[in-house]
Design a protein around this ligand. Structure first.
Ligand code: ADP
Length: 644
């Protein structure tokens, strides 16, 4: 019996499999089960027109047997089988168009080996766990069976075996590799491992996957207890069971599946203890036909904001899970969504030639994006409590969607946003803010800072609130970028109560302040000059009511953004944001007693006036939540003024 050599391309792939340190070796079982299922599909199809097959739909099955003594795992099916020639051409070479490309990617970098888990590699994956693989197969319509044996890269043999009693089908026997320190191959003989793997990867294969499982039952013994009843004891026995559930929940008609069932399915499948806030079912036909069941979680997984979190939907093709985290199906800004997508249009080949399906994936992704948006909007309108739960967990993700997309996703995401309203004292949608705006209010006012309490005391906010206008208090670092990307909402401009012209004054007010500024020009210039470059301008403000001073910024960079850049710099080091400093403007309240005192000193004692200027600037920094550059110097300054 001559040993045959693998075709060179196959040999390379095979070597990779044999020496694989790949962490998902377990997928070999999925691959062999999928092949078995395909083979049954073929024979089942033949049986529709050929009654010589002698099997009905109910007879087909895939059988898994683990033999702990021999350390073998056997996967058999009663599908179409292979002739000797087919064995040679199917298992002697990887006869598939995608394989070259696949191999190239494997060669490029070690990391690309992850491709195994994503793309599926078929029969050869058995060598990740097998020291030897034996395939005994009888093709439908043939009298003889053939046996293919291989211990790996040095080749394989094919012999003819006599087994007339055997119907068509294939039996694959895996002799497991020896255990090593890193890898315990015996695990693939454990009932628990096998049933878990079947459930994980092949739960929805439409043919039954059967296995002997251990059960226990109570039996009566001959012994009798004090009351004269026969004593009972537990006894183990084995029973052949169908392990896979076969009909996936997302394939069942909507009206047959309750919300509770969906929630249960979600929690079990995605390891969440919290009910989802929404379940979305999609059944699409057209360019690409698919069914999807999507979940919007009610809480963020503990690792959601870390690199460890894997976003993406589970991709099924004809009941077989081919990808656990297909991120191509889900836009980044909705990465919190979990669920499954099942499409027959990907049947047979997707696992191997995924890349060719790019266009189909895009179609699905676009549809799904729309559906998620609609669902979230609906939730916001119909069940605000639930929406708040969702928003608490993932609102920041939506904001990043806008900030990172440089406005690209503005129309999609803007109306899902909520900010803290100073008057409602909770998060509200922007549309609700606008709905409650008094007629004379022109802008959507906002203030950003470290926390709500601080913002509530902001000198500039008082006047806006006194007018009966609401203010959005922004406390997330990303918020101000989001506002800038939004620009407007429903034709209304956003306006910062700190930096912007609030346009609250009447023409008369404006004239008056202009007059006062020109009357006091020499004081204002003096203050600016004595602050020696710390502020770009000194103005008289109309925004301040009871406060003596406030700090604003002019130009592109706000105080809040300066703070953000600073914290980025602290985190990342370097001097990337060195120049990102706000141009400060000191605003003085002309009606406050402090201004009279300042003016008086300016006229009579310039040295004192300069000290007042420093103190006022320090106060402005403090109330804006900006730290003083030199607190002890400031404290000395205050003492010297108060106590001489
Ligand atoms: P793929 O499934 O991508 O074609 P595989 O290496 O997994 O690649 O299998 C190669 C071929 O071998 C299959 O296309 C099929 O024709 C045949 N084959 C594999 N397993 C079985 C089986 N259990 N029964 C019948 N034919 C099989």
């Amino acid at each position: 019996m001559a040993k045959r050599q693998f075709k060179s391309e196959s040999k390379r792939l095979l070597e990779l499999m044999i020496n694989s340190i790949y962490t998902h070796k377990e997928i070999f079982l999925r691959e062999l089960i999928s092949n078995a299922s395909d083979a049954i599909d073929k024979l089942c199809y033949i049986s529709l027109t050929d009654d010589k097959v002698g099997l009905t739909r109910d007879d087909f099955k895939i059988t898994i047997v683990a033999d702990k003594e021999k350390r073998t795992l056997t996967i058999s099916d009663n599908g179409v089988g292979m002739t000797a020639d087919e064995l040679e051409s199917n298992l002697g070479v990887i006869a598939r168009s995608g394989s070259l490309k696949f191999k190239k990617e494997m060669d490029d970098t070690a990391e690309d080996i992850d491709i195994i888990g994503q793309f599926g590699v078929g029969f050869y994956s058995a060598f990740m766990v097998a020291a030897k693989v034996t395939v005994v197969t009888r093709a439908y319509g043939e009298d003889n069976a053939s046996k293919w044996e291989s211990k790996g890269a040095d080749g394989y043999t094919i012999t003819s075996v006599d087994c007339e009693h055997r119907g068509p089908g294939t039996e694959i026997v895996i002799d497991l590799k020896e255990n090593t320190e890193e890898e315990n191959y015996d695990t693939y003989l454990e009932e628990y491992t096998l049933t878990s793997l079947i459930k994980k990867y092949s739960d929805y294969v439409r043919w039954p996957i059967v296995m002997d499982v251990t059960k226990s039952r109570q039996v009566e013994t001959d012994e009798v207890d004090d009351d004269g009843n026969k004593k009972k004891e537990w006894e183990d026995y084995t029973e052949t069971e169908v392990i896979n559930s076969r009909v996936p929940i997302w394939q069942r008609p909507k009206n047959e599946v309750t919300d509770e069932e969906c929630a249960e399915f979600y929690k079990e499948k995605f390891f969440d203890q919290t009910d989802p806030v929404s379940v979305l079912r999609v059944s699409a036909e057209g360019l690409v036909s698919y069914k999807a069941m999507l979940f919007i979680p009610g809480a963020a997984p503990f690792d959601y904001f870390t690199r460890e979190f894997k976003a993406g939907l589970q991709l099924y093709s004809s009941g077989i899970m081919i990808m656990e985290h297909c991120s191509d199906l889900l836009p980044e800004h909705f990465r919190f969504v979990r669920g499954v997508v099942d499409s027959q249009d990907f049947s047979l080949n997707i696992s191997r030639e995924m890349l060719q399906h790019d266009r189909q994936l895009k179609v699905i992704r676009t549809n799904i994006e729309k559906r998620i948006k609609t669902e979230l909007k609906k939730l916001m309108e119909s069940d605000m409590d639930k929406y708040r739960l969702f928003y608490k967990a993932f609102g920041v993700q939506l904001k990043y969607g806008i900030a990172n997309g440089y406005g690209m996703n503005r129309d999609l995401l803007a109306d899902l946003l909520m900010f803290y309203s100073s008057s409602a004292e909770k998060l509200i949608p922007i549309a609700d803010y606008i709905k409650d705006m008094p007629e004379e209010q022109k802008f959507i006012y906002y203030a950003s800072g470290e926390n709500i309490a601080l913002l509530d005391k902001l000198p500039q906010a008082e006047q806006v609130r006194d007018k009966g206008f609401d203010i959005f208090y922004l406390t997330d670092e990303v918020d101000e970028f989001v506002i800038r990307m939004l620009g407007k909402f429903e034709e209304k401009d956003f306006r910062s109560v700190v930096d912007g012209d609030l346009e609250l004054d009447t023409d008369e007010d404006k004239k008056e302040i202009e007059q006062q500024e020109s009357d006091n020009k020499d004081v204002l210039d003096f203050v600016r000059d004595s602050l020696d470059g710390k502020v770009a301008a000194v103005r008289l403000s109309t925004k301040l009511k009871s406060h003596p001073v406030s700090l604003a910024a002019q130009g592109e960079i706000s105080l809040e953004m300066e703070r953000y850049f600073k914290s980025m710099q602290a985190q990342q080091g370097g001097d990337m944001f060195g120049e990102m400093k706000a141009q400060r403007v000191l605003e003085l309240n002309v009606n406050h007693p402090s201004f009279t005192v300042l003016k008086d000193a300016f006229e009579n004692n310039k040295e004192k006036a300069a000290k007042y200027a420093e103190v006022l600037y320090g106060q402005a920094l403090l109330s804006a939540g900006v730290p003083l550059e030199d607190p002890s110097e400031f404290s000395e300054l205050v003492s010297s003024l108060l106590f001489g």
